[in-house]
Design a protein around this ligand. Structure first.
Ligand code: WT7
Length: 649
């Protein structure tokens, strides 16, 4: 067990009292909701599914997904923990998301409604989206992109981002979307790790009425990771950018070439062929490229969305995440399209130009389901009820949250003010690695504010002690998943050992997946997530490794050593508090604090900027030289230091 992996590391007193207070408060589902639910017998189905997960997922794979060729075997666990699902099946996610709908009545249905921050409205019917994706698939092919190649996508929140993802999937390429809020070094590391020869980006992105210079950042990243041979640039802001002849091409010019035909033969993929890589933070410095594959991922995300959010054809679904995160991959782009839904995407900031921007759009487009993060809810709650109440939100019938534990106060506000006390709140616990929702209610499950409730159908989750015994009710422990599921990550890109080490070492004897989270189960079997047990910090729901921020800090010439911890924050969930040891002769003043913040911003991105930077002469370390971040945290929070026997001095 590493120093930090200790259930007592993050004793979060506030979360503790929240859980105790909220545990007995139950919101039962309204009769009407149950009567109209897609899966009214969900609770019984959960027990049924766990008895035979292969039979259960076999049925879902046939229900939601078309296969060019059927699979021979549902689950192959012979190479565990490298599980294989739907072995031998041939499919393509773009076929299920687009091709098949373009031929039915859904041809005329809206697939995407998009509003720009400047108010621009763009809509895509299934037919039009299918054509655009075909055109771009032809562009990629003409650029030499083939099955198995990686393509890095670094764009703002524009419809061309899902178009690029779907086109990559169509040609059999592996996409790696890098969130548009990341900066030079973060992008460079991800390009280098994926070895992408093609980068798709934008000239710039709009945020709060200002432009972010994506192309400049991309140019610098390519300078640092010169594997990229071609860049495709979508024009969004019209700002001046440097285009390198022979390397850089405008999206709109390529799309008007004869080669960009509206016909494209979707490439048939094996169920276990890679679909995408998505980088996420872990315990060590280098971001991990989490790999998802073509077959099981589709089955899993379609099932989870259909059941948990009870989606119907008449819905207008709004997942207010960024397509650049797993939430967006699974629930803005792929699952809604597989299920033939209308997905709404908004480009910009929630409070621009006024704090009612979201509510105004929810009314205007008749949004029926809204899915967002607790940090966004807290941020909007701050502006007061009036901004919400001046809009008619009667179309909303379900609400959802994801990314971090939701504090019951925010839950109740969301429920009362946004949901008119009528909308169930679907609190979904999951991870980049799990592909889709793992612990979540559906509208028929009685809710407790702050609890993600119960594991999904076919998911065997538990809270256990270090030795693998199940914890008693209300005892904190390790959150584990005991059986495989189709949406699980298959490996860490280029580093299978790291995959085994990160997720399968902790409970190797039992063969369980360790999530990295601590949790407890109450007497009703409801799960309460407490937080990360490793060196991962959730800032505004974004996942950051302490190591990433620390390596950005020490890349500054004045900094010798750095350590970062997460400190609870009312709005952001956590903020980063950094400790730096400076090189001899350097002075730690306010100017340097500002300079270091700026440095982290340009190296990693704005989300990684520490709220506090403190200069110190030494850092507490174990005798083996590992920084004991829990001692730093205890000190900042004015808590007892606990066991210090491994401290070097
Ligand atoms: C970590 C995974 C999965 C999409 C967004 C985050 C935390 C996620 C919840 C929730 C409490 C949550 C966990 C998890 N988390 N959802 N509903 N309640 N905590 O994906 O960036 O891979 O982060 O987010 O700590 O391990 P991610």
């Amino acid at each position: 067990m590493t120093d930090s992996l200790d259930p007592n590391v993050h004793p979060d007193a506030e979360r503790e009292s929240e859980i105790v207070a909220a545990e007995s408060q139950i919101y039962p589902p309204a009769e009407e909701v149950v009567a109209n639910a897609n899966v009214p017998n969900y609770l019984e189905l959960r027990e049924e599914a766990l008895k035979d997960i292969e039979a259960y997922w076999d049925a879902r794979a046939k229900e939601f997904i078309d296969w060019y060729e059927p699979y021979e075997k549902v689950l192959d666990d012979s190479g565990a923990p490298f599980f294989k699902w739907f072995v031998g099946g041939k499919t393509n996610i773009a076929h299920n998301a687009l091709d098949r709908h373009a031929k039915t009545w859904r041809k005329n249905k809206l697939a995407i409604i998009w509003e720009g921050e400047d108010g621009t409205l763009r809509t895509f019917s299934y037919f039009r989206l299918w054509q655009e994706v075909n055109k771009f698939a032809n562009v990629l092919t003409s650029m030499g992109v083939q099955k198995g190649d990686t393509v890095t996508i670094y764009m703002g929140r524009v419809p061309e981002l899902p178009i690029a993802m779907l086109a990559a999937a169509k040609v059999g390429a592996i996409h790696s979307v890098v969130y548009g809020g990341f900066s030079e070094q973060a992008l460079a590391d991800r390009i280098a790790d994926a070895q992408s020869k093609v980068l798709i980006t934008c000239d710039g992105a709009w945020l709060r009425g200002k432009t972010i210079n994506l192309k400049d950042i991309a140019d610098e990243a390519i300078r640092r990771s010169p594997v990229v041979q071609n860049v495709i640039v979508f024009k969004r802001t019209g700002q001046d950018v440097r285009m390198e002849a022979g390397r850089d091409f405008w999206w709109h010019e390529l799309m008007s070439l004869p080669v960009a035909s509206t016909n494209f033969d979707t490439v048939q993929m094996d169920a276990e062929d890679p679909l995408f890589i998505l980088y996420t933070s872990g315990t060590t410095g280098k971001p991990k490229g989490v790999l998802h594959t073509s077959g099981g991922y589709q089955v899993y995300i379609a099932t989870t969305l259909k059941y948990a959010f009870d989606v119907k054809d008449e819905d207008r679904w709004w997942c207010a995440a960024d397509p650049g995160w797993i939430t967006g991959h699974s629930y803005i782009v792929y699952a809604p399209l597989i299920l033939g839904l209308t997905s709404f995407i908004y480009e910009g900031a929630p409070n621009f130009p006024y704090p009612d921007r979201w509510w105004k759009m929810a009314e205007k487009y008749g949004i029926s389901i809204l899915y967002t993060a607790p940090t966004a809810i807290r941020g909007l709650m701050r502006f007061g009820d009036a901004w919400v109440k001046r809009h008619n939100l009667d179309s909303i019938r379900l609400l959802g949250t994801v990314g971090e534990p939701i504090n019951p106060e925010a839950w109740r506000w969301y429920h009362r003010v946004v949901g008119r006390e009528q909308c169930p709140i679907i609190d979904t616990w999951w991870q980049t690695e799990t592909g889709g929702f793992m612990i979540t209610p559906t509208p028929v499950v009685p809710l407790k504010p702050g609890s993600a409730t119960l594991p999904f159908t076919g998911i065997d989750a538990d809270v256990v002690r270090e030795n693998g015994e199940s914890c008693d009710p209300n005892e904190d422990g390790y959150l584990v998943i005991k059986k495989p599921w189709p949406g699980m990550a298959r490996t860490v890109w280029g580093d299978p050992d790291r995959y085994v080490d990160q997720y399968w070492k902790e409970f190797e004897a039992q063969g369980w997946y360790f999530t990295g989270d601590s949790a407890r189960k109450d007497k009703d079997g409801y799960f309460w997530i407490i937080g990360r047990m490793d060196d991962v910090i959730k800032v505004s729901g974004y996942r950051l490794g302490t190591a990433e921020v620390e390596s950005a800090l020490v890349s500054h010439p004045d900094v010798a050593e750095a350590a970062c911890i997460g400190v609870p924050d009312e709005l952001k969930g956590n903020v980063i508090h950094a400790f730096c040891i400076l090189n001899a002769g350097k002075v730690g003043d306010d100017t340097l604090v500002d300079e270091l913040k700026k440095h982290v911003r340009t190296e990693v991105g704005p989300i990684a900027v520490p709220a506090v930077i403190e200069f110190v002469d030494s850092l507490p370390k174990t005798r083996s030289g590992k920084i004991m971040r829990r001692l730093l945290k205890a000190k900042v929070m004015g808590k007892p230091l606990g066991d210090t026997s491994t401290l070097a001095d």
